[in-house]
Design a protein around this ligand. Structure first.
Ligand code: SF4
Length: 181
């Protein structure tokens, strides 16, 4: 069977959605035996999708910085099917709580004013990226083909979606597989 290449990344996220990927447990082996090749993912610790691209791209997390925008666009370009997993990726989720404040208020509160901070300083390294004025969902930046909501989405939902795609069907998640909590 031809390999189905998969790449994933996390953006403004807590890693919980990737923990749900790992929670598929032995079904990960089943997916690999069925032809899935995990290329660049936080799990394999490879950062960049292969030059030739992948079949399935997965994004966890919202878009909070210019670097997140770039990464989402890059993965979109490199994959045939893009899946947004988790509430943060699907609609912004908990990350959008900061949208009630300006960037300046947020950074000042986080790095200078917190009760446990002494002589705080707002970091300015380019490697951190620049905060966007508002956090966005992935679909606000690139076309998303499939959404798996939940915080985090159940491992069963991720497994079902991948299995259905592998078998050439459009996944339909319902009942316990479709959650927003
Ligand atoms: Fe974390 Fe929930 Fe956001 Fe996933 S959806 S990155 S588990 S906060």
């Amino acid at each position: 069977m031809a390999k189905v290449k998969l790449a994933s990344t996390w953006l403004e996220a807590c890693a919980g959605c990737h923990m749900s990927i790992l929670d598929m447990d032995e079904r990960i082996v089943e997916l690999i035996q069925a032809g899935v090749e995990f290329t660049s993912t936080p799990i394999t610790d490879l950062k960049h999708p292969p030059e030739e691209g992948v079949d399935i791209g997965i994004i966890e997390g919202a878009i909070g910085t210019d670097l997140h925008e770039e990464e989402a666009k890059h993965l979109r370009k490199k994959c045939k099917i893009l899946i947004a997993i988790g509430d943060c990726a699907v609609f912004g989720g908990i990350a959008t709580m900061r949208n009630y404040f300006s960037r300046e208020e947020l950074l000042t509160r986080g790095y200078i004013e917190t009760e446990s901070t002494k002589d705080g300083k707002i970091p300015t390294s380019d490697e951190l990226g620049k905060l966007l004025p508002k956090v966005k969902a992935v679909k606000d930046v690139v076309k998303v083909d499939f959404f798996i909501p939940g915080c985090p989405p159940p491992a069963d939902s991720i497994y079902t979606a991948l299995k259905e795609l592998l078998e050439g069907r459009v996944p339909v998640l319902k009942g316990d597989l479709l959650k927003y909590d």
